[in-house]
Design a binder for this molecule. Structure first.
Ligand SMILES: [Ca+2]
Length: 324
């Protein structure tokens, strides 16, 4: 009898363990289905650098594939970037077949060239340009990324990093789409872009952190380095790319009349090379990702526009551009 009870106990425990494992697997696979990312590492300058990779549902590595690298904002990380974008890049990746990579900065910041003492990455002069360059090589080698379709986007500190990368390694990047940032003044004053590159910018005209007209970036009372103005940034790249304005700015439909914002668009094109510079100005918009997650109270970051979805606008822009 005792033996039978013991056997029963073992069976129950084994059964529970199996059930637990199965339910764990179901939960895990459900989690993967929504948020299926790989977490990988490379070593750069002796530092272990990590990043998340979202492969499209239909991924095979027997054909080349485009890639978007999405850089998180200051104080955030790779997971926050997925959340900020409402996982929309991942959904688009599944639909249109491209890879999304979310790298992590060191100490939650990128070394965008502002030389901010408070940020470890900038105080220690972490070579994030080299990291992203090596990351591109790694993704080409391991996952079959098409070197002619490497795209870069980023939010805030990640947007400023996009500009630095566009200056320094444009030969490895096909196009950039920075959101809520403009060119760091140090980079603008001290560097010359290595080459031309297509640029899509999305900026809130009422951004309380990164001023539309340029100057000091503010977070509360803190001054966090300087940038040039948004329109100046667009004109600068238009000049680098020999683009001319197609027409004056045009307002887009007020899709969400209750969000306190209106979106307008200004387009510059080079008719010979097909290079483009496009600026989306968000009238009433703050330090936010249009269509994305509103990550802090409106009194700190301003309004999020829902008139456009930044991820869809950015992918639509990238999808038509190849390296020339
Ligand atoms: Ca609106």
């Amino acid at each position: 009898m005792a033996e039978n009870v013991d056997k029963l106990t073992v069976l129950i425990i084994a059964g529970l363990a199996v059930c637990g494992t199965i339910s764990g697997l179901i939960i895990y696979s459900k989690f993967l289905a929504i948020n299926d990312v790989l977490h990988e590492y490379i070593t750069v300058d002796g530092l272990q650098r990590d990043f998340l990779i979202h492969l499209p549902a239909n991924y095979t590595n027997n054909a080349t594939i485009p890639m978007i690298i999405a850089l998180h904002g200051g104080g955030g990380n790779a997971w926050d970037m997925e959340k900020l974008t409402n996982f929309e890049f991942n959904k688009l990746s599944d639909k249109y077949r491209f890879i999304v990579v979310y790298p992590n900065g060191i100490g939650r910041h990128w070394n965008d060239g502002r030389n901010i003492e408070e940020y470890y990455a900038q105080r220690e002069n972490i070579n994030d340009v080299k990291f992203i360059s090596k990351l591109i090589d790694y993704m080409i080698e391991k996952y079959g990324v098409d070197p002619d379709r490497v795209y870069l986007t980023g939010m805030s500190n990640g947007a400023l990093m996009c500009y630095r990368l566009a200056y320094e390694i444009s030969y490895k990047i096909t196009a950039i789409a920075p959101v809520a940032g403009s060119i760091p003044l140090n980079i603008y004053n001290n560097e010359t872009p290595r080459g031309s590159i297509s640029v899509l910018m999305i900026n809130g005209m009422n951004d309380p952190l990164v001023p539309w007209d340029g100057g000091y970036i503010h977070f509360g009372d803190k001054k966090l380095g300087q940038v040039i103005g948004v329109c100046e940034t667009a004109s600068f790249w238009a000049q680098v790319d020999n683009c001319t304005p197609v027409k004056s700015k045009e307002y887009l439909p007020d899709t969400d009349p209750n969000d306190g914002t209106r979106v307008w668009k200004r387009v510059y094109i080079n008719n010979t090379s097909s290079m483009q510079v496009i600026l989306y100005g968000i009238d009433g918009g703050g330090h936010t990702w249009p269509g994305g997650f509103h990550y802090l109270p409106q009194c700190i970051i301003g309004r999020t526009s829902n008139d456009i979805d930044a991820c869809k606008v950015i992918w639509s822009f990238f999808s038509h551009i190849r390296k020339i």
